[in-house]
Design a protein around this ligand. Structure first.
Ligand code: KG4
Ligand code: ZN
Length: 353
């Protein structure tokens, strides 16, 4: 099976090519083009993001055509693929439309099968890409507990088979990625903040300040990060005189990161024990966080019979490789969309009944 995938749900334009057979993914090529323009606004501006996708998609599709066929000629790429996959939701409606409209046109022009993919399902299947992902093809995987941590989502899902999800609980307010981004904004570190907090936090003292860990002791598999953000805001306001001290900024970053990671790990480990999951999967942009990866790996190692799998770094933040991976498993179940009628679904939630 040869899949061309497109991802434009937020502010990353990405295309991927994936070759798969029943034993694994044989070849994955992907191009990701970020949109630096949002930095000056301190967040993603939907209209601007959509315009950037329109400008970026054609050249990166041509570049992918060249990588796969040796020619930028789109017709040659059309001959090289069987399926067009695209993110259909959740995400920003205007951004999603650029990707889905492009995919619909390609599917119609090239007479290919079309598969609309849930962005979060894409993040989950990023675990199947890369080296460690190979074990997921051979061993028994399900039930798998998934911790989804992105800019818009923080949730625990139980995956009982391919494409079968049950939502155990989600955040009541901010997502973990938002908690990182908002903390970074308060510290004047720019957008997106997660990578900066992580980088500075590495040099800071995570025990310097004791920020709240909301809902950490609650047995419910739910999260809340709004209180943490407020606590950091008051703390930063009270200590504004120390803002010029780089050590202070590093310590706040490290302490806030520690608070977020402590909550995510505690809740996930409790859910893993309760559900008796065989596998623990990490998914979403915040999965790139080194501290989260290391802490979760160490905690999971303490649970007998639980295998922890994390996506490779290049597949953590938004990318089309993960969309192609999810499309492969949907195609295997013969799920398809129709180019004439396929619509975006900006609020598509996995596993809610
Ligand atoms: O999955 P993603 O690329 O986009 C959404 O689907 O929302 O996730 C983006 C989020 C942002 O909030 C960003 O700050 C966060 O992932 N992020 C990180 C790191 N890299 C990206 N958060 C913490 N540590 C990181 N290294
Ligand atoms: Zn994402």
């Amino acid at each position: 099976m040869k899949i061309l995938a497109i991802e434009t749900s937020c502010d990353e334009s990405s295309v991927a090519y994936l070759e798969a057979d029943s034993r694994g993914f044989r070849r994955v090529e992907q191009i990701v083009a970020g949109q630096a323009i949002h930095e000056k606004y301190g967040g993603v501006v939907p209209e601007v993001a959509a315009r950037e996708h329109s400008a970026t998609l054609p050249p990166i599709l041509a570049k992918m055509a060249e990588t796969i066929t040796g020619s930028i000629d789109g017709a040659a790429l059309g001959k090289a693929v069987d399926i067009i996959a695209v993110t259909r939701g959740p995400g920003l409606v205007t951004s999603l439309r650029v990707g889905t409209d492009t995919a619909r046109m390609l599917a119609a022009a090239w007479k290919k099968k079309l598969i609309g993919i849930n962005h979060i399902e894409g993040h989950i299947y990023s675990n199947w890409l890369g080296e460690e992902g190979w074990t997921l093809w051979k061993d028994r995987v399900f039930p798998a507990l998934v911790l989804v941590v992105s800019g818009g989502h923080t949730e625990l899902l139980l995956m009982t088979g391919h494409g079968k999800y049950r939502l155990l609980g989600a955040t009541r307010d901010d997502a973990a990625g938002e908690a990182f981004d908002k903390t970074a904004k308060l510290l004047g570190l720019g957008y997106p903040g997660g990578p900066m907090i992580s980088k500075l936090g590495r040099e800071g003292d995570p025990k310097a300040f004791d920020f709240p860990r909301p809902m950490i002791d609650s047995p419910k598999p739910e999260f809340s990060f709004a209180g943490l953000k407020t606590a950091v805001r008051y703390f930063v306001q009270k200590n504004s005189a120390r803002f010029d001290d780089p050590r202070f900024i590093r310590d706040v970053a490290a302490s806030a990161e520690q608070a977020i990671v402590d909550v995510l790990v505690a809740k996930t480990i409790r859910a893993a024990k309760k559900t008796k999951a065989r596998t623990l999967l990490l998914a979403g942009g915040v999965a790139a966080n080194t501290k989260l990866r290391a802490t979760l790996a160490a905690a999971a190692a303490g649970i007998k019979g639980l295998r922890f799998v994390e996506p490779r770094l290049e597949y953590c933040t938004d990318n089309a490789g993960m969309i192609a991976a999810a499309a492969y498993f949907r195609a295997r179940r013969r799920i398809r969309d129709e180019w004439r009628t396929m619509e975006v679904d900006p609020h598509w939630e996995l596993g809610r009944s």
